[in-house]
Design a binder for this molecule. Structure first.
Ligand code: PGA
Length: 257
């Protein structure tokens, strides 16, 4: 069975003080909850990792990072390696977010390298895939997602993929308030699982968590999370409000099966 995950991606938001307050509010609320089958991840900016890590250390929340270098170490000014992240207690790393692809020009080959680095460091990669509005309008979404998956996973064996999370995030739904309908999300998640099943094996495909991301909020989470192939959410905007994020955790705990 695939892991059920609620992950918060803070993106480039909050200063350190605000970030610590947000992490504390989520930590305190989650400690009071009974979380039986949900993994919770917080991915603050790099600069907050140490402090947020201290806040969530003794609890049910895992530390995540939003990006990683495709290189191991050396003369790469400004980059942060997977081993550095690991040494701060990071357990999961978001890779190939659509903002990284579109704004920073990340290529499939770079994303594949990042996957390799994260696996080498014994962290969990969260590989993001998603089509943009133009591609959706042209009905090219399946081909786009297939290409992104194949590029990111090329050459890796099944033993690596046992430790993998995929996040389907339609670009047209990120930060726009526009959400994929539960049907659109389910169709794409099913397509992804089917593709993994054909490329690797049905057993492996069932084990891989596929998260939905794109304007998830308490008002729409119930319907999205109850789709059979949706194993959780990658949350942007709503992860910046402790109340909303905690509510999403509650909904996930109840609905994700
Ligand atoms: P959003 O972002 O929830 O603000 O749409 C999701 C994401 O980009 O991970």
């Amino acid at each position: 069975m695939a892991r059920k995950i609620i992950a918060g991606n803070w993106k480039m938001n909050t200063n350190l003080k605000e970030g610590k307050e947000l992490a504390k509010a989520v930590q305190v609320a989650v400690q009071k909850m009974e979380v039986t089958h949900l993994s919770i991840v917080l991915a603050p900016p790099y600069t907050h990792l140490t402090e947020v890590g201290k806040i969530i250390e003794k609890g049910k929340i895992a530390l995540g990072a939003q990006n990683v270098s495709s290189y191991e170490n050396g003369a790469y000014t400004g980059d942060v390696s997977a081993t550095m992240l690991k040494s701060l207690g990071v357990e999961a790393v978001i890779i190939g977010h659509s903002e990284r692809r579109a704004i920073f020009g990340e290529t499939g080959a770079q994303i594949r390298e990042k996957m390799q680095r994260v696996w080498e460091s014994n962290c969990l990669p969260i590989l993001c895939v998603g089509e943009n509005l133009e591609q959706r309008k042209a009905n090219e979404q399946d081909a786009v997602i297939k290409k992104q998956l194949d590029e990111g996973l090329e050459g890796f064996g099944e033993s690596r993929l046992e430790n993998l999370v995929i996040a389907y995030e339609p670009v047209w739904a990120i930060g726009t308030g526009e959400t994929a309908s539960p049907r659109q999300a389910q169709d794409m998640h099913h397509f992804i699982r089917n593709h993994l099943s054909n490329t690797y094996s049905a057993t492996l495909a069932q084990e891989i968590s596929i998260l939905y991301g794109g304007s998830v909020k308490p008002a729409n989470a119930h319907d999205l999370f109850s789709q059979p192939d949706v194993n959780g959410g990658l949350i942007g905007g709503a992860a910046l409000k402790a109340e909303d994020f905690v509510e999403l955790i509650k909904i996930g705990e109840k609905v994700l099966r």
